[in-house]
Design a binder for this molecule. Structure first.
Ligand SMILES: NC(=O)c1ccc[n+]([C@@H]2O[C@H](COP(=O)([O-])OP(=O)(O)OC[C@H]3O[C@@H](n4cnc5c(N)ncnc54)[C@H](OP(=O)(O)O)[C@@H]3O)[C@@H](O)[C@H]2O)c1
Length: 279
């Protein structure tokens, strides 16, 4: 039997790295997608060492650039015809307003729009899998999120929480509408909240902002592996073969906010996202 193939974004750190190691231990072929080789290569070596598997490789893609995502998808589909599991895990929290190469607000751009384009460009290989699975790593932060169609890129009134919660609500809405679009295929798509997890997210590499908050809260947080458990479960478990469009926490279907289930909003937001990325 051929190994199942999983692609994980943001695989060089935190939960992405933990999921890479665990899925490789379970016999998956894992493609780590990282923003560059400098950040990816040490993680690739670490993942191979910890898993004892050689079936792990690195590909680069900057989710803050639509050109990079398109180039990556072309490269991927020229190398591989089948993809069994796509884990849209990469995420960013910025303390001030930053923009992607395409002038999107960074959190909406990377956490949602980048993955939105990537997923759409990888639907063919996912449909060729016996049972393709798309796993969107969302957050309980979606509950505070609103989609501001008049000012989605927060050109005025930027706030960390406002931007992050909007981008995470976007993960739920994307899941809801994509599951509708995929209903006549064997591909499923689900979203999850990993819990509060001790990772590098929100810690600014240049200024160190966020480090002390992190150090204080660390004892109360899940480890990256504990945080990755639901994504690993959704990638590997036969129990979820027929579940699509759901939101999971601690490996169980959990109700998200009422806004996150709003099918009309999900459709309107899909159409907006498609226009933004030029689909
Ligand atoms: N930690 C928590 O408590 C928590 C709670 C709820 C949800 N989440 C979600 O969990 C997911 C994983 O986060 P984490 O906590 O494991 O954080 P993390 O360790 O900071 O991992 C985030 C990953 O995303 C990558 N990334 C960021 N911007 C990128 C870009 N432009 N292109 C490609 N990759 C990019 C990072 O790459 P670099 O290393 O190169 O920056 C890193 O590999 C995120 O979606 C986050 O929103 C986390």
């Amino acid at each position: 039997m051929t190994a199942k193939r999983a692609l994980i974004t943001g695989a060089n750190s935190g939960m992405g790295l933990a999921a890479t190691i665990e899925l490789a231990k379970k016999g998956f072929e894992v493609i780590m997608v990282c923003r560059n080789e400098e950040r990816g290569n040490p993680a690739l070596e670490e993942a191979k060492r910890q898993s004892g598997s050689d079936s792990i490789s690195l590909m680069t893609c900057d989710l803050a650039s639509l050109d990079s995502i398109r180039a990556f998808s072309e490269d991927f589909t020229s190398r591989y015809s089948v993809l069994d599991v796509l884990i849209n895990n990469a995420g960013v929290v910025t303390i001030k307003r930053e923009t992607t190469q395409d002038s999107f607000e960074m959190m909406l751009g990377v956490n949602h729009l980048g993955h939105f384009l990537l997923t759409n460009l990888l639907l063919d290989p996912l449909k060729k899998s016996q049972q393709g699975r798309i796993i969107n790593v969302g957050s309980g932060a979606h509950k505070a999120g609103k989609i501001d169609f008049n000012n989605p890129h927060l050109t005025t009134g930027f706030g960390i929480w406002r931007g992050y919660s909007q981008s995470k609500l976007a993960n739920n809405l994307f899941t809801v509408h994509l599951s509708k679009k995929l209903k006549d295929t064997s591909v499923t798509v689900n979203c999850l909240h990993p819990g509060a997890v001790s990772t590098a997210i929100g810690v600014n590499r240049q200024t160190g902002f966020g480090k002390s908050v992190h150090a204080v809260l660390r004892p109360f947080f899940f480890t990256p592996l504990q945080g990755a458990e639901t994504a690993i479960y959704l990638a590997d478990s036969p129990e979820v073969t027929h579940i699509s469009g759901a939101y999971f926490y601690k490996k169980r279907v959990t109700p998200p906010s009422s806004r996150a289930k709003d099918e009309r909003l999900a459709e309107e937001f899909w159409d907006w996202s498609a226009r933004e990325v030029g689909l």
